[in-house]
Write a protein that binds this ligand. Sequence first.
Ligand SMILES: Nc1ncnc2c1ncn2[C@@H]1O[C@H](COP(=O)(O)OP(=O)(O)O)[C@@H](O)[C@H]1O
Ligand SMILES: [Mg+2]
Length: 267
Amino acid sequence: MTSTAPSADPRAATPPTADPVLRVRDLRAHVAGQQVVEHVDLDVAPVGVTALLGRNGVGKTSTIKAVLGLVGRSGTVELDGTDLVDLPTHLVVRRGVGYVPEDREVFAGLTVTENLRLAERRGSEHRYDLVYDLFPELEQRGTQAAGTLSGGQQQMVSLARALLNENRVLLVDEPTKGLAPRLVQEVSRVLARAAQVAPILLVEQNLQVVRDLADHAVVLTDGRSVHHGPAADLLADEELTQRLLGVHADSGPDAAGRRPADEEGPA
Ligand SMILES: Nc1ncnc2c1ncn2[C@@H]1O[C@H](COP(=O)(O)OP(=O)(O)O)[C@@H](O)[C@H]1O
Ligand SMILES: [Mg+2]
């Protein structure tokens, strides 16, 4: 079922997912003294990929940070039915919320292996088999400083850190940003496999990636969730994608109209 606000549809504010792994209601958050998340409702389905979409600056990253408790927040943030809104970030993470931040945030001066070792969470199994199966290059480059990797390889390190631990849900923020088309496909392929391990909330500007991966979509406008529904329905609706995302769903590689930079060398 698709719901869009503003509209006369009384279902407009109601995310449709049954038994979500992550259930967010009336999330509000301040960043730098400004309320950038005003009212976000969203459900992350227990399997597959749920896309979190919207134009630049609408509050997607802030919403993810608010779920993690990286910024002050209020509302309801339920993981498997337990409200985490009062927990500090390290306890939210320990409950099984994996985070792949925008801009990767690898430790540039540490090796690939050290980056992974630092990500090991106590009390979780560490799935090096899975990680090295998904990213054989990271095993080969284990002794290389992460800062000397290409942007695409650093993204793999960032994803690998989240996949290393047993997570209930992964929050992945713009993983294909700035990547060359070949690497976008590679990241997309990895995300598809990752989603078989844990459900993903994915912020993504590349609508082809959304089309390939996402089952559900939530759209933000000005810090508010204004649309919930099947991703395919949203992307099939030209008027809706134009109005909510500012693009035609078939208008190229990037919802913001940017061309991805070619990132073959060190970032
Ligand atoms: N550290 C910050 N200082 C000041 N303003 C910020 C900061 N981070 C985000 N904002 C503002 O909050 C709003 C939402 O930002 P963000 O969550 O990053 O949006 P998105 O991820 O959708 O592009 C924007 O208007 C942005 O300018
Ligand atoms: Mg962002």
